[in-house]
Write a protein that binds this ligand. Structure first.
Ligand code: AMP
Ligand code: ZN
Length: 439
């Protein structure tokens, strides 16, 4: 594919050809191996595996490097993976602890600068421009969705409103008063916001917003379509994780056909989660990532536990950074009920495609005797939650049968009133595990 010379880019790195990307990756891989071995942890790991910077001859040599897991990071808490004196570190973030105890990540000033430019180019490819007014509705604090996105938006040149999470009333006022054109919003909160606006008598479609950057938690194409339709915006998927900085790892461009992963900054592999063998393009497996530019705390071959795959083909935008498929789930969020493997996103996909279903749901797992059972609580849209038991019964039956078609088991379905399920300001808790408790 020839690179369009007139490509509109924010950062020249977006326009690198495959050959240029791979040459840069090799050079940077050698460098990162060298600097990583300044941490006691990697010094030992790399020596055991016989990996030195000089022994890296091709990109395939990345496979000689041992994996790093979340447990490794926990075991090195707090400073075991840093490679510079602590007085050169300027920022600490922590993962939200989607599962288990948090892990901390440190950055030097150079790391923060690089992160801000990755984030700025991510927003740029989704069509955000310096003329936009940008409101960040993610929590500011240890979570990277606050400051991480914030510095990217400022780097791009947007008027940036650090609204933080929650307080829907204030969020709406800011959007209206400052003519906000771009939002960063967690998808479950975006869906909740629609409910909130309707309750306040505001038509969500009348807001000035044209783009919503959505990410930080798994969501389906059905959720994206709802957000786009209900808020009258274009919604772009944003993927990242604290261990690889946070947001700005992989982002959808205006073509919305998968997430370009910034390969000049990360080496990305997809491996079989059981055998750890590399998987070919198009197959789904565990995403493994290596930081190529981070100086204060490089991480090599991190097993993210996120399930995705590379999408085949070229992107019409001309960027040759490969595209990842939407994250399908995590290796550790699979539910096994009656011997059948189920991912929460399969449930969401079914539910949000049903017009009567509202914007929130909850999967409950419980034990009945010694058998694990699953119950799906589904909020209905206000107009469909009627007194007529027969009407409700028929919606319930339809949801149940669609879930059975997708999951191959029949979970119990309970339709509940609009806006009655618990909601969080940050990442949604879609599964409530009450197993052990016999009910
Ligand atoms: P944290 O480091 O605490 O911000 O959590 C990072 C994790 O959030 C990732 O490993 C994913 O499991 C999840 N995540 C982030 N962005 C997305 C996204 N766009 N789609 C699905 N999951 C995501
Ligand atoms: Zn593209």
């Amino acid at each position: 594919m020839t690179l369009p010379q007139n490509m509109d880019y924010f950062d020249r790195a977006e326009a690198l050809s495959r050959d240029e990307i791979e040459a840069l990756q090799l050079e940077r891989l050698k460098h990162v191996v060298e600097i990583a071995s300044r941490s006691p942890f990697y010094q030992e790991r790399l020596a055991e595996a016989g990996v030195t910077a000089d022994s890296i001859k091709s990109l395939d040599d990345v496979r000689r490097i041992p994996y790093t897991t979340k447990d490794d990071l926990r075991g090195q808490y707090p400073y075991g993976l840093t490679t510079v004196p602590t007085d050169e570190l300027v920022r600490l973030h922590a993962s939200s602890g989607t599962t288990g105890a948090p892990t901390v990540i440190f950055h030097t000033q150079a790391d923060l600068d690089q992160w801000a430019s990755l984030m700025a180019r991510s927003m740029f490819i989704a069509g955000v421009r310096p003329t936009d007014v940008f409101q960040n509705m993610a929590g500011y604090g240890l979570f990277t969705g606050g400051l991480g996105i914030h510095y990217g938006a400022e780097r791009l040149g947007c008027l940036t409103i650090p609204a933080g999470a929650g307080n829907s009333k204030r969020q709406i006022k800011l959007i209206q008063d400052f003519n906000v054109s771009v939002l960063h919003i967690i998808p479950s909160y975006a869906l909740y916001l629609v409910t909130y606006l309707e309750k306040e008598g505001i038509d969500p479609k009348t807001l000035p917003v044209r783009i919503a950057l959505i990410g930080a938690e798994p969501h389906t194409e059905e959720a994206r379509l709802r957000i786009e339709e209900l808020l009258n915006v274009k919604a772009y998927n944003s993927y990242g994780l604290s261990e690889m900085n946070g947001p700005g790892v992989a982002f959808e461009c205006v073509h919305q056909n998968g997430l370009h992963v910034w390969e000049d900054a990360f080496i990305t592999e997809i491996v079989d989660p059981e055998t750890f063998e590399p998987l070919p393009e198009g197959e789904t497996g565990e995403l493994v990532m290596t930081t190529l530019t981070r100086q204060g705390m490089p991480i090599l071959r991190y097993r993210t536990k996120d399930l995705t795959g590379f999408l085949p083909g070229d992107c019409p935008c001309g960027r040759e950074h490969r595209r990842l498929d939407r994250i399908k789930g995590r290796t550790d969020d699979m539910i096994i009920i009656k011997g059948v493997n189920i991912y929460p996103m399969q449930v969401e996909q079914v539910l949000l495609a049903i017009p009567e279903v509202g914007q929130n749901y909850l999967i409950e797992l419980y034990s009945e005797g010694y058998i694990d059972q699953m119950r799906v609580k589904v909020e209905l849209k206000e107009e469909h939650f009627v007194e007529d038991m027969r009407a409700l019964g028929s919606i319930q039956k339809r949801i149940s049968s669609r879930l059975r078609d997708e999951l191959l088991i029949t979970p119990k379905v309970e339709v509940v009133q609009h806006n009655s399920l618990p909601k969080t300001e940050g990442k949604a808790q879609r599964v409530s595990d009450m197993r052990q408790e016999v009910s």
